[in-house]
Design a protein around this ligand. Structure first.
Ligand SMILES: Cc1cc2nc3c(=O)[nH]c(=O)nc-3n(C[C@H](O)[C@H](O)[C@H](O)COP(=O)(O)OP(=O)(O)OC[C@H]3O[C@@H](n4cnc5c(N)ncnc54)[C@H](O)[C@@H]3O)c2cc1C
Length: 379
């Protein structure tokens, strides 16, 4: 049996390893447009300023794939597939067959539809090739950067760029920072602390209306009532699932490729996992969720009916010396707040109608993070 996996992110990696454990004889092939073997994607943001060792970056050494007979076909982009005849078509026009197919194509950065996105010096960071382009740009000399998006990735990027000596402005369209991970009260605490960071400007409730250029190169961004100069604009405004090939093949897609809890798509013997999938109506965009979906897909391809069971996926951020943790539902029938303005330690717990812990936000002191995460999981 040939298991073809499209992608080389964590969902693809986990699926390949799980499939090999369950089936010593299956032919397992990973096809990816990336030219490097599976790596830890979240490391990319800090790699703009830091050297990360091979062991920290790659999920496994090449020997793992050789020993487990997992064939890596790198630099190959799937352009189309036909579930009726189980055929894959790649960018050089060549075709391959499969018995079981896993789509683990991840997501791409969302580029807001504003004029100027095509200018030289407007970039985003999703894949290793993006990091190489960004590093080359920074090496050539960048003074001022605008980061569009004040979420986790936007702030991590801002930190790396400051470490590279840039002056950074983060523009967030929501009225608060980290809108997906903090409530208003916690965001105000974090904003006050980040407001003290030198060479960092945070602008909230403000959307970029256009990116300005000169001679084809970016020179700034236009906001309501002001222009912010920039030699580089990093777009970190969320991600969208890579569904084009699946949709063209007639698979049911919404925001992601629709799957059931066994990661089966609407086409026979075609599965989807990770950021490209919408499993049981939900999309996650999180590393750990992608890993678990990949494992579930492989188990189900090989006949074990074991569903993907979503967990509590917390968000962790450590930037500018500030540690933040949030998990669960950030609203509730009742909440408890502790805040020490001198130390900056903030803690907010959210309880549901039944009095059970539904969510939490910790800033500064994360010692209780795991304990609270486990309490949320069982409530
Ligand atoms: C900079 C950054 C930081 C992040 N930090 C965190 C974090 O701290 N915590 C967290 O939980 N999540 C984080 N994430 C999100 C997390 O990385 C993703 O949720 C996770 O990588 C999804 O894994 P995946 O395997 O589904 O897809 P991906 O990792 O996106 O992999 C998809 C793969 O498919 C390939 N591909 C796509 N289309 C094709 C095609 N047509 N043909 C061949 N190959 C194709 C892509 O090249 C890629 O290799 C971060 C993401 C980024 C970009």
């Amino acid at each position: 049996m040939k298991i073809a996996i499209i992608g080389s992110g964590i969902a693809a990696f986990e699926a390949a390893g799980t499939a090999r454990t369950l089936s010593p004889e299956a032919e397992i092939v990973l096809y990816s447009r990336e030219r490097v073997r599976p790596y830890r994607r979240p490391a990319l943001s800090r790699m703009a300023s830091e050297e990360v060792s091979e062991v920290q970056f790659y999920i496994k050494p090449q020997a793992f794939y050789d020993e487990n007979r997992i064939r890596l076909e790198l630099g190959r982009t799937l352009t189309a597939f036909d579930p009726d005849v189980r055929q894959l078509k790649f960018d050089a026009g060549e075709t391959e067959s499969y018995d079981k197919l896993l789509l683990a194509t991840g997501a791409h950065c969302f580029l807001p539809p504003v004029p100027g996105m095509e200018l030289d010096g407007v970039m985003s960071l999703r894949e290793y090739a993006d990091l190489e382009r960004l590093r080359a740009r920074l090496d050539a000399g960048v003074g001022r950067v605008v980061v569009i998006g004040g979420g986790l990735l936007g702030l991590e990027l801002a930190q790396s760029l400051l470490e590279r000596g840039c002056e950074v402005t983060v523009v967030e369209s929501c009225p608060v920072l980290l809108p997906r991970n903090l409530d208003e009260e916690a965001a105000a605490v974090v904003q006050a602390m980040l407001g003290k960071v030198k060479k960092l400007t945070l602008l909230f409730g403000s959307s970029v209306s256009s990116i300005l250029g000169e001679g084809g190169r970016v020179r700034g961004v236009e906001l309501p009532g002001q222009t912010v100069p920039a030699d580089l604009v990093m777009v970190s405004a969320g991600a969208r699932a890579n569904i084009a090939e699946a949709a063209a093949a007639g698979l049911k897609c919404n925001r992601g490729i629709v799957t059931d809890c066994l990661m089966k798509t609407s086409a026979p013997d075609v599965y989807a996992a990770g950021d490209c999938a919408e499993a049981g109506g939900a999309s996650y965009g999180l590393y750990e969720a992608a890993r678990m979906m990949g494992a579930a897909a492989a188990r189900n391809m090989l006949g074990e009916a074991q569903p993907f069971v979503p967990q509590v996926y917390p968000a962790r951020l450590s930037v500018f010396g500030l540690k933040i943790f949030s998990a669960g539902t950030l609203s509730g029938a009742r909440c408890e707040v502790e805040h020490n303005p001198e130390t900056g330690v903030f803690r907010k717990l959210f309880y549901n109608e039944a009095g059970c812990l539904a969510g939490c936000i910790l800033v500064g002191d994360l010692r209780d993070a795991l304990k609270l995460q486990n309490q949320i999981a069982v409530s």
